[in-house]
Write a protein that binds this ligand. Structure first.
Ligand SMILES: Nc1ncnc2c1ncn2[C@@H]1O[C@H](COP(=O)(O)OP(=O)(O)OP(=O)(O)O)[C@@H](O)[C@H]1O
Length: 342
């Protein structure tokens, strides 16, 4: 197979606010704006940003749980928007989701064994013996004893429930798992265990992850590449090490500066993250970060910066730190992402 496993091109999602009765224009929440990225087989792409920047909406768009206002999601080169019900079911086998809150995402009335074999039974009938063998295998894969297959989610710890959610995601042998704040609800020590489990599974099974988190220390631990989102847009996308060692966009720099840093050797950066996140209903003109940006110049107030390829496979949307010039101006965001991963 050639080409990326997942290709997202100029994805946009606007949620209308109200019915707009007798109004000419209905206000919209600009949740996701012109987002493009690729994910290679076996890769972990992290999406990071403050609350409300559109991370979960991207996840829902990837799974086609909501329809985009614009743009495309291609899985193995196939646009999922064009898939009919049966083909969509098959495509969804390849992409599974792990959610933040195992309490609400697991059916409280089913046993652990039933929960994890249910996705397979949606596609094929299993004998009692096969169901038991599959449940035991999946439980072992996520480090749980097969003995707990008769327990209900309420009889398990938070970490065990999240392992169960991962086992259920693994049941259909997906190529890609979308993990939306998958460790945020867990204690730090349990978080580390789950992150290590995901990385082990990736090594063993070659699974790719889109890993959504607001927590930079988690992202730094697990990511191969990181996309930083601000108010619905990707402002920087870079290899993980490069991003943390040398953030280019002032917003990335501010996010890293604001995060607790376990490594005392690391130099703390100086861009403070001040002010409130603006409303996605009435976002600021030009670069939407400009009202909070200490480096903003006049151009930032009037012109939306396009993503520009800079060194080390990185793209950045900033008039000051990565000014667009020459032929780069002619490329769309999707072209820039493609250039960056080549
Ligand atoms: N169904 C909806 N209708 C209207 N607005 C929505 C809807 N879903 C999300 N939004 C808005 O879209 C924006 C992006 O939300 P989203 O949940 O994608 O952000 P997020 O980065 O995942 O936030 P968090 O980390 O808090 O979950 C927010 O302003 C949110 O209020």
């Amino acid at each position: 197979m050639s080409g990326p496993l997942l290709k997202v091109e100029n994805l946009t999602k606007h949620y209308p606010l109200g019915a707009g009765f007798l109004k000419k224009t209905i206000p919209v929440v600009r949740a996701v704006e012109d987002v493009s990225f690729t994910v290679e087989p076996g890769e972990t792409l992290c999406i990071v940003g403050e609350s409300g920047c559109g991370k979960s909406t991207v996840a829902r768009l990837l799974m086609r749980l909501v329809d985009p206002t614009g743009g495309r999601v291609l899985v193995d080169g196939t646009d999922i928007a064009g898939l009919k019900k049966d083909a969509l079911r098959v495509s969804r086998r390849r992409m599974q989701m792990v959610f933040q809150d195992p309490f609400s995402s697991l059916n409280p009335r089913l046993t652990a064994g039933e929960i994890i074999t249910e996705p397979v039974e949606n596609f094929e009938r299993l004998s009692r013996k096969d169901r038991k063998a599959l449940a035991a295998d999946l439980l072992r894969k996520v480090g749980l004893s097969p003995e707990i297959m008769h327990r209900l989610p309420s009889e398990m710890s938070g970490g065990q429930r999240q392992r169960l959610g991962i086992a259920r995601a693994l049941a259909l042998e997906p190529s890609l798992i979308i993990a939306d704040e998958a460790v945020s609800a867990l204690d730090v020590s349990v978080q580390a265990q789950i992150l290590n489990l995901l990385m082990d599974l990736q090594q063993q099974m070659g699974i790719a992850f889109v890993f959504i988190s607001h927590d930079l220390s988690v992202v730094e631990h697990i990511g191969h590449r990181v996309a930083v989102m601000y108010l619905g847009r990707i402002v920087e996308l870079a290899p993980c090490d490069a991003l943390f060692a040398n953030p280019v966009h002032p917003y990335t720099e501010a996010l890293i500066a604001a995060a607790p840093i376990p490594d005392p050797e690391r130099v703390r950066l100086q861009v403070p993250l001040e002010g409130e996140i603006p409303s996605p209903v009435n976002p600021p003109s030009g670069c939407t970060f400009h009202p909070r940006c200490p480096l903003a110049v006049e151009r930032c107030r009037v012109e939306v910066p396009s993503l520009v390829s800079v060194a080390d496979g990185r793209v950045v949307a900033c008039h000051v730190r990565a000014p667009a010039c020459g032929t780069n101006d002619q490329l769309s965001a999707a072209d820039h992402i493609a250039v960056a991963v080549e």
